[in-house]
Design a binder for this molecule. Structure first.
Ligand SMILES: [Zn+2]
Length: 172
């Protein structure tokens, strides 16, 4: 029986086989650590808010106001969704009020900058595009050209966590 890899279901079977192989060797964590040695330095909700609004002002100036950006320990990343986030991490509020709140799963406190950027870009893109369609991913790539690579690597990390357990970038 082959190991089911729920976070990687939307990828090509050959890629899943490769991930399964590295996972089987117990090397997935080491591969990710080698590629991303350092955790990001965003240590508080205030710093996260500044991080997100800086990205937003660069790429999505007219997409309403983001009132709040926080790490939320109640959010758990959904395994089967195409997008990475949960229903809670979606944009709240309505268009007219243009008040938005972004919640980021607390596990993103202890990841490399690339992973945090990927999830923040994802949530910011939802300010303009509701669905995970072509326009949505084009906007993500506009904000972060490496978006797809980072999303894959985030999913590989989630796969590692599910199978091996230990976090790779513990808080200092
Ligand atoms: Zn989404």
């Amino acid at each position: 029986m082959t190991t089911d890899l729920p976070y990687l279901r939307s990828y090509a079977p050959s890629l899943q086989d490769q991930a399964r192989h590295v996972l089987g060797l117990g090397q997935l964590g080491a591969v990710l650590l080698r590629k991303y040695p350092q955790p990001h330095a965003v240590r508080s909700d205030k710093a996260l808010y500044d991080y997100a609004t800086e990205l937003k002002s660069r790429y999505l100036r007219n997409a309403g106001t983001v009132n709040k950006v926080v790490f939320d320990s109640k959010i758990h990343v959904v395994r089967h969704a195409l997008g990475l986030h949960t229903s809670v991490s979606r944009v709240q509020g309505n268009r007219l009020a243009a008040k938005h709140e972004i919640r980021i799963a607390a596990m993103f406190k202890q990841v490399p900058d690339e992973f945090l950027r990927m999830i923040v870009v994802h949530e910011l893109a939802h300010l303009r595009e509701k669905d995970h369609d072509k326009a949505f991913y084009q906007l993500c790539e506009h904000m972060e050209p490496q978006y797809h690579q980072y999303e894959l690597d985030v999913r590989l990390y989630l796969t590692h966590l599910e199978h091996a357990g230990e976090r790779l970038w513990a808080a200092q």
